[in-house]
Design a protein around this ligand. Structure first.
Ligand code: NAI
Ligand code: MG
Length: 358
């Protein structure tokens, strides 16, 4: 078979986004050059808050057509101190995820070699999770409204949407994810005591889909209790599925428990593969460290590895992660991990390690 080449859309966007994405591209280019088994062709898209200031919108009108010409999207972060967060988030990130049907947001969490958990007695073996977040509806469906805004009687609603189509497809994806992992265990997170409509429906759909996966052991957990289980009994957790809002919060907690928000990756997947999927570090644009050259690029490296895995290049993904962990174990790391190295030093070191391993 020929040597495949994948087209990657790069959207660095705001804040530390450009710093970590250029680090990611440097590492990916080193990897493909050394391996010489597949190619990556990057398209550089300048969408973000600067583009918005100039054009009044975050994306050009034909953005989705442009993106559909790529095999995958590598995304930095969006958010600007002078633009309200709901404008930037809906203007760029959600404007891509929702129409491209990237309904499964997947967040693996584990303690990388050379890093440690803030939990006193948590070993690397105790924390190895995948959180599956519903990424198309729920609390972030955008349903709701505001009336009488400047009056004493102003009112606003934020309506959660749970459809059979949406819930069943994320449940099926979560059960499949759990089945693909050694422990074959899934925790379905709900809040079906207080949220007696949408969450009770969520539980019903879970039971129905569970019947298709008799080999997966599953349990249900209320989201508030789930936070304490993550902290006190991390070893009892494997794969988790939760709504858009609940999983958003749980996965930030997961990232912190695994060491730092700077290392955690996210995949926004269209599991049907009709559209390109999008890969990004979970952190935001981090205004407080922008331009200082100290942003941790590991979240982007790990996201890049997940992207390669999704494209069918699992061996390259493993090699990339092995290089990253070797470098961290060697003590080269950024401030947020208790190290003293810059973005560039970590990136160069990872490239050197890739060259050494291959
Ligand atoms: P944030 O993730 O940008 O920063 C939180 C804290 O973590 C800051 O102290 C920051 O310095 C640190 N941090 C984050 N990434 C790091 C890295 N790679 N290396 C070292 N330290 C790192 O979250 P925050 O402050 O709540 O949001 C800032 C902006 O980012 C907002 O406009 C927000 O809307 C946006 N945001 C965008 C996201 C996205 O594009 N997917 C996700 C989260 C936030
Ligand atoms: Mg978040």
């Amino acid at each position: 078979p020929g040597r495949p080449t994948y087209k990657i859309a790069s959207i660095p966007a705001d804040g530390i986004g450009p710093e970590v994405i250029s680090a990611g591209i440097q590492v990916l280019e080193t990897l493909t050059k050394e391996l010489d088994t597949f190619g990556l062709e990057f398209g550089h898209l300048d969408w973000g808050s600067a583009y918005y200031r100039k054009n009044g919108q975050y994306l050009p009108d034909n953005a989705l057509d442009i993106l559909k010409g790529y095999n995958a999207i590598l995304f930095g972060a969006v958010g600007d101190p002078e633009i309200p967060d709901h404008i930037s988030l809906w203007g760029l990130r959600l404007a891509i995820c929702q129409p491209l049907q990237q309904y499964a947001n997947v967040r693996p969490t584990r303690i990388l070699r050379g890093t440690s958990s803030p939990l006193r007695s948590c070993s690397r073996r105790d924390l190895d999770w995948v959180i599956v977040r519903e990424n198309s509806e729920g609390e972030y469906a955008g349903h709701g409204g505001t009336s009488h805004l400047n009056e004493a009687w102003s009112v606003a609603t934020e309506v959660s949407i749970f459809t059979r189509h949406g819930v069943e497809r994320i449940m099926r994806f979560a059960f499949e994810t759990a089945r693909s992992r050694p422990r074959k265990r899934l925790t379905v997170v709900t809040k079906s005591n207080a949220q007696r409509n949408g969450m009770v429906f969520w539980d019903l759909c879970a039971s129905k889909i569970a019947a298709e996966f008799p080999d997966v052991e599953w349990d249900k957990m209320l989201v508030d209790a789930m936070t304490t289980r993550m902290v006190l009994h991390p070893e009892t957790i494997d794969t988790v599925v939760a709504t858009n809002l609940h999983a958003d919060i749980l996965s930030d907690l997961a990232a912190a428990l695994a060491g730092s928000i700077g290392i955690a990756p996210t995949s926004n997947l269209d599991p049907t593969r009709a559209n390109p999927s999008m890969f990004e570090p979970i952190h935001g644009s981090a205004f407080d460290i922008t331009g200082k050259g100290v942003a941790n690029p590991v979240g982007t490296f790990w996201s890049s590895a997940e992207m390669l895995r999704w494209l069918g290049q699992g061996e390259a993904a493993d090699l990339l992660m092995e290089s990253v962990e070797n470098v961290l174990e060697g003590g080269v790391k950024t401030l947020d991990l208790g190290g003293k190295n810059t973005t560039k030093e970590v990136t160069d070191k990872v490239c050197g390690e890739i060259e050494r391993l291959i």
